[in-house]
Design a protein around this ligand. Structure first.
Ligand SMILES: [Fe+2]
Length: 331
């Protein structure tokens, strides 16, 4: 009885390139049993011709073949942009380290040594196909994030006074996260959280956003809804769920007097406590409709005075340290 593949990937298309007909037939039979759609070629030249009409999900190729050998075939495949991402496995009877090293240097993902065992063939192919799918999903995720970042920039562009705000806030937030030794995935979320934190301002009309002087009560009420509005926008995108704390809670205050939920101290997610310091720092040091820019030192003092009131006191210390380090290294 043939055991089932560990990760079944039905109806994927495989191109098998092998000059030895008996070996090729065995491989094709194995793959057909596993429900793969297989196209065969006897050498590299035939395989290149096949590729003109057939887009495989994976190529399995012998190395030593007449006319065009496996290495030359692999190089030809990688020259074509539309074929460059197809996973490629070598079949080799020569298990010498030299050939394996050469294949690896060329970027071949894996190899199988003849005689091929059915289970090993299945497992190796499924592992490669799964990896290719993961890479594809990651690319789609990246595309999502880029799309939303474009939207965030468009929103920022409406507000004459905050141009550059998002870039500056993101830069300082990354410095702080480095100082706090956040892991890489948390840093990545931070970057998008910092970029997108004010995305909910899409609900605030231009005349309120750019109003000189104080907002009236109704305008202020609308402005205060931007964290909740932002959360609603982003929660529709599964890739962005992790940025929720930045978007929803960046206007909460340590003393519980912030909005939208009036959370206190460590009830406020760490991400939002960190972002709120930088957000306020940047707002105060740059020109706004309602105030001129205030000097760096003066704003640092303001943050210290408000440590334990508006801001997390520990994070204000970290902010201070990071700003001192970075401004010193800039001179
Ligand atoms: Fe905000």
């Amino acid at each position: 009885m043939i055991s089932k593949p560990t990760i079944p990937v039905p109806s994927k298309k495989i191109l098998v390139v092998e000059d030895d007909e008996a070996i090729r037939e065995t491989i094709v039979q194995h793959l057909q049993i596993d429900n793969f759609f297989v196209v065969q070629a006897g050498d590299g030249e035939q395989a290149l011709k096949a590729l003109e009409h057939f887009s495989p999900d994976l190529i399995l190729s012998d190395i030593n073949m007449p006319r065009k050998d496996g290495i030359t075939f692999f190089k030809d495949v990688r020259k074509h942009p539309q074929w460059a991402a197809i996973p490629f496995l070598f079949l080799t009877s020569d298990n010498s380290p030299t050939i394996i090293r050469l294949a690896r240097e060329l970027g071949v993902e894996d190899h199988l040594t003849k005689p091929i065992k059915h289970q090993e063939l299945t497992n190796t192919i499924n592992a490669r196909l799964l990896r290719a799918t993961e890479v594809e999903v990651a690319h789609i995720g990246q595309a999502y994030l880029e799309t939303v970042a474009v939207l965030a920039n468009a929103i920022e562009g409406r507000d004459n006074y905050t141009r550059g705000h998002v870039d500056r806030v993101t830069k300082i937030a990354m410095w702080m996260a480095q100082e706090l030794r956040w892991p890489e995935d948390q840093m990545r979320t931070l970057e998008f959280g910092a970029r997108l934190h004010d995305i909910g301002k899409v609900i605030v009309p231009d005349h309120i956003l750019n109003k000189k002087g104080k907002l009236n009560e109704a305008e202020w009420e609308l402005m205060k809804q931007h964290p909740v509005a932002g959360e609603k926008i982003l929660m529709g995108i599964s890739h962005l769920h992790a940025v929720r704390p930045y978007v929803l809670y960046h206007h909460e205050r340590w003393d519980g007097c912030g909005y939208p939920e009036g959370l206190k101290q460590r009830e406020i997610p760490l991400e939002a406590r960190l972002l709120s310091i930088i957000d306020v720092y940047d707002a105060l040091t740059t020109e706004r409709p309602y105030h001129p820019p205030r000097p760096h030192e003066e704003v640092l003092k303001f943050l210290e005075l408000n440590a334990g009131k508006h801001f997390d006191p520990d994070l204000v210390l970290v902010f201070h340290k990071v700003m001192q380090m970075r401004t010193q290294s800039a001179h």
